[in-house]
Design a binder for this molecule. Sequence first.
Ligand code: PMP
Ligand code: GLN
Length: 396
Amino acid sequence: MKPVNSLLAATGTTIFTVMSALAEAHGAINLGQGFPDTEGPADLIEAAAAGLRDGRNQYPPLTGVAELRQAVAAANARFYGLEVDWASEVVVTSGATEAITASLAALIDPGDEVVLIEPLYDTYLPTVKLLGAVPRLVRLTPPHWRLPREELAAAFGPRTKALLLNTPMNPAGKVLTADELGFIADLLLRHDAYAVCDEVYEHLVFDGARHIPLMTLPGMRERCLRIGSAGKTFAFTGWKVGYVTAPRALAGLVAKAHQNLTFTTPPNLQRAVAIGLGKDDAYYAGLAADLAARRDLFAAGLKRLGFRVLPTLGSYFITAGYAPLGFTEDDAAFCRRMTEQARVTAIPLSAFYAGEAPGRYVRFAFCKRPEVLMAALERLEGWLAERRIDARPDGA
Ligand code: PMP
Ligand code: GLN
């Protein structure tokens, strides 16, 4: 038979699914795939349930129910001072995942170059390639995650169509500063390029750090497609409700991509998310404070155990180095071993790089109940202690 699509044939199952299955097989505490282990706001669940019972279960409008598009526009104004026309500049999608694909599809012709920053979320590269674009990768590495400005500038050229930018960054926990964003904005203007801005962790920032949408910088309003996700903002990762804010002409193209990908997104979930976006400041402050407390608890525990814990200012994730513990294997082998022996699962950082792993680091998700994080730390402590005993020359 004729060969099937070569890109997909060469694509493995996503690392998140692979590690979750391994965790399950070994009864491990799963700190790999990033999803909370508690439910989001009860009133949103009620609203979603009520939404199923009120006779509006047929196709909603292509670009999303009016309530949600209005709520997205209002949130843009409230949090970032962005003036957005809800009717023409917002498109609701089935998760940020679809939003990323639809936004790239809106911009790219085969042969265009797209600048991507490693570490990168696992759908970015395959999607860019499937659309026929040429990826130009720029690498940020632990422990400092510095933006390599010269390399970034060198990745832009006459064929650059877009930059795909994620801040706050998964898995680095880096929140791009105004200065870094200014540098990026300058490159986009100089090269007449667009930016697809994956901002799913926009409300999960800690220690007084501020998330700044690239779209708010001078000259960027017309060039950016800004993406959010109810999965992260309301701890409902299974709902898959995403939203794109973009200038009218681009939003129209995102809508056309959306009509060919999924066409619409479940109406009851959209209506519940609209209520969520209108929640008061206390909700948003509580969300971040609660996560920051979990980060602190888990980071302190990992440090005590001897991991090299890198600071994280946003997202669900901590990057931790295991070289100080004396392990020399690569990060994938370490994550397998930790799952099998300690029964705690993490994601190897190499999964976020197209090329070589940036050293011996793994990503832990800390969006779990404190008692679960404590239990994971206890398991790790027991495992590391046993290992030290085994390592004694007389085995005593
Ligand atoms: N972008 C990043 C950086 C993510 O971590 C995730 C994770 N879930 C997504 C996009 C996808 O979001 P959604 O579940 O809304 O599709
Ligand atoms: N975004 C989540 C993470 O980074 C996982 C999403 C997925 O499983 N595809 O862990």
